[in-house]
Design a binder for this molecule. Structure first.
Ligand code: GLC
Length: 741
């Protein structure tokens, strides 16, 4: 898929015909997405509607209408009249096909509905949260997990997922860091493209594929203070160099839709920001799909103070390039009047409708409006196996004094509330994964008879049980496996934290165990980087498992007992302390860079280095790097290095290439990731790896906002992580630049 694949003459001709037949109300209907319960948004549960009534969020009449089925009847009538173009949150082949049949067979023009859902990291088979998945540094894995999610969601009648979330996140306090690919623009771009390919495949009309949605456009992860939805104020240079590349990659990979973000960017909410939605997205990136607002985001432009009222918000959003209104009802309530009053034009309306119809045609909905996909038991089993591999490959070994891998029959004394909380392993944005179908760490260990006893002792939502802890301390068992971390809903949307320490008394538990002379193996289950210096200090080994999905327990056992060697590498920096956030590796040097000296850029009350750097991860073997050779060629700067497995176990290493532009008209970061390659090496095996920095990767935006490449010396580093590699300096001359132009 490419971004140009969405434009086909036969589709445009069909759209011309439809537009000529459609009434204004039918056109507006195509831009209207509603939830399964207009009164209750995305909820269909009676209990949630009862709670909304109690909270005053819905009226008694709305509640009664929901209970009586009048809401559903109204929606079906609206479908029949062509007033709804898409549903969010209607799930199940029968439910979707029921509404689709009304649209196709009972509405005047038979334009099919589009069913959307947040299929973020799995539908029924849940994969590790996206941040975890990014730590696999493996495009094939990113693509496979998205394609499996698509296959399962398509069988539920879904056409379109609001994923991949491609927001760069540099602040661990922001809960939605869990949903993306971490802090780096280059890795984020490669991951975004892989996930789009996985969801859509080469033919998004295929029954087992989903339309994708690159979100949230743009710079949502730069929210002030890491507080979700908060204001974003940044230079256009940074916006283009850090936050735009994943969207550019997703669109180049053929992303069908884009979702603008809740936040404002430099004072203009994305939903009504023509610079973002027209200039950047369409004119510069060449995006030909359609934009869908985030939930209620058009209406919230009034709360931002960018619109006087809902009608003003609707006018601004359509004019700015927002095509579909997700559940705010600003479009269905106001576009007709705005058109009649000349505040929007028929052309603006038609171009938005055209883009929606274009994607519906490309999805094949006019030919095949009803669910055709099923998932066989064999396919489901294969999905579980893939989820198990993904969970193992996403885990990052952060510390190991040699205690890991455990020998096959080593039994452990298991502690930690999370060890037996299968549901928490599913992480944020899990909609249909079920705890009873999820393998907890306790269950996986018990399957192999590897647990001598289980005493929870404490957890993120369990106070320290001193009696249990004393039992553990008094036991003869030398090895304790401690599962610690945070609950699934401690990260994700509306889940920012100002304190990213291990919650509760988990640190106290680890400290007591270590001081009692136990060998402590810690498994961390979390949705964000955490400030865990105590856990690191008190553990003999520490495995970052993340919220690893349906197969979390099996993956943990595979790694702890050496069935597979950990190969994950961090895609986010781990701070020593919450107060250091935002903390990321690709930062400018400043005039007084970090140093032990008094007058340097640091905190007096925190260590100089992060707890764990970007790209870091241990293995059960060791790797060495040698013979770095760099050369300027017609393709850019080529770096070749020899990597050797110097240990006694087969394992995979991710060779990472960083570049620093030493002198430039606008200061450049001390390092920028420009390439990586994951290699499988047997003990003693060597591999020569060549990574190339292309000329475009050497460009940046100068103070005058020109995209430039400047001659000069570039420092290259090739190695294990951003703090550990072989370095060489390469001089790029004006002649080189001319030859590359
Ligand atoms: C949410 C999220 C967005 C999601 C949408 C629909 O508020 O911001 O990522 O796709 O609403 O659930």
């Amino acid at each position: 898929m490419k971004k140009t694949d969405w434009i086909r003459p036969e589709w445009e001709k069909r759209i011309d015909e439809l537009l000529s037949q459609m009434t204004v109300d039918e056109k507006i209907g195509q831009l209207n997405q509603v939830g399964p319960s207009p009164v209750g948004g995305f909820s269909v549960s009676l209990e949630e509607h009862r709670q909304m009534l109690a909270d005053g969020r819905i009226t008694q009449k709305e509640f009664d209408d929901f209970c009586s089925g009048a809401v559903r009847d109204t929606q079906e009538q609206d479908v029949r009249k062509g007033r709804i173009g898409s549903f969010l949150g209607v799930v199940g082949a029968d439910a979707c096909d029921h509404l689709q049949r009304i649209a196709v067979e009972e509405s005047r023009l038979g334009i099919p509905l589009l069913f959307g859902l947040d299929v973020i990291h799995g539908q029924h088979t849940i994969f590790p949260i996206p941040l975890a998945g990014s730590c696999a540094w493996d495009e094939a894995l990113w693509e496979e997990s998205a394609s499996i999610a698509a296959a399962e969601a398509a069988a539920d009648g879904i056409h379109w997922t609001f994923a991949p979330m491609v927001d760069i996140a540099r602040d661990a306090r922001w809960g939605r860091i869990a949903e993306g690919a971490g802090e780096d623009a280059y890795l984020g771009a490669r991951c975004a493209a892989a996930r789009v390919r996985g969801f859509q495949g080469s033919d998004p009309a295929a029954p087992e594929r989903l339309l994708s949605c690159a979100k949230h456009f743009i710079a949502y992860g730069a929210a002030c203070g890491g507080r979700d939805y908060n204001t974003v104020d940044l230079s256009e240079q940074t916006l283009r160099e850090v936050y735009l590349p994943p969207f550019e990659a997703a669109i180049d990979a053929g992303a069908a839709t884009v979702m603008p973000s809740f936040n404002d960017v430099n004072g203009v909410p994305s939903s009504v920001n023509a610079f973002l939605l027209r200039r950047l997205l369409r004119e510069e990136l060449g995006f030909t799909g359609f934009t869908v607002s985030d939930a209620n985001a058009i209406a919230e432009c009034v709360i931002h103070g960018a619109a006087a009222d809902r009608k003003d918000a609707a006018q601004q959003a359509l004019a700015a390039g927002m095509d579909m209104d997700m559940c705010s009802r600003c479009y269905p309530e106001n576009l007709r009047a705005l058109l009649d009053e000349g505040q929007i034009t028929g052309q603006q309306l038609d171009e938005a409708v055209r883009r929606v119809l274009r994607i519906k045609l490309a999805k094949g909905l006019f030919e095949h409006p009803y669910t055709r996909q099923t998932v066989s038991p064999a396919a489901h089993a294969a999905h579980r196996a893939a989820a198990r591999r993904a969970a193992a490959d996403s885990a990052v070994l952060l510390k190991n004094d040699g205690v890991l891998p455990l020998t096959a029959q080593t039994r452990v004394l298991l502690v930690g509330q999370l060890a037996d909380c299968a549901g928490e392993m599913l992480g944020t944005w899990n909609l249909f994964g079920r705890a009873e179908e999820t393998v907890s760490i306790k269950a996986a260990l018990e399957e192999e008879n590897l647990v001598t006893a289980y005493l929870p002792c404490c957890g993120p939502s369990m106070p320290l049980d001193c009696t249990q802890l004393q039992q553990v301390i008094d036991s003869e068992e030398p090895i304790v496996l401690a599962v610690v971390g945070e609950l699934a809903d401690s990260s994700g949307e509306a889940s920012s934290l100002c304190n990213i320490d291990l919650p509760g008394e988990q640190n106290e538990m680890l400290t007591a165990l270590r001081q009692a002379g136990k060998t402590v193996i810690t498994v961390l289950c979390n949705g964000r980087p955490m400030a865990i210096p105590t856990a690191v200090e008190q553990s003999n080994a520490l495995l970052e498992l993340w919220h690893a999905g349906s197969e979390a327990g099996h993956a943990a056992v595979d790694l702890l007992y050496g069935c597979t060697s950990p190969s994950g590498r961090l895609t986010v920096t781990f701070p020593q302390h919450s107060g250091e956030c935002p903390l990321y590796y690709s930062h400018p040097n400043t005039g007084r860079p970090l140093s032990p000296g008094r007058f340097s850029s640091k905190y007096l009350d925190a260590p100089l280095q992060p707890l764990f750097p970007f790209g870091f991860g241990l293995s059960y073997t060791t790797f060495s790097y040698s013979n770095l050779r760099c050369a300027v060629t017609e393709h850019g700067i080529e770096a070749t290095v020899t990597v050797t497995n110097t240990g006694n176990r087969a394992a995979r290493e991710t060779v990472q290439l960083y570049v620093r532009d030493l002198v430039a008209s606008r200061v450049r970061p001390v390092w920028e990731l420009k390439g990586f390659r994951k290699c499988a090496l047997a003990p003693g095996q060597q591999e020569m790896v060549t990574l190339t920095v292309s000329p475009i990767q050497l460009t940046f935006y100068d103070p005058a906002m020109r995209r430039v490449m400047e001659p000069g010396d570039f420092l290259l580093q090739v190695g294990h992580d951003v703090t550990d590699g072989l370095q060489a300096t390469v001089t790029v001359t004006p002649t080189h630049i001319a030859a590359w132009s």
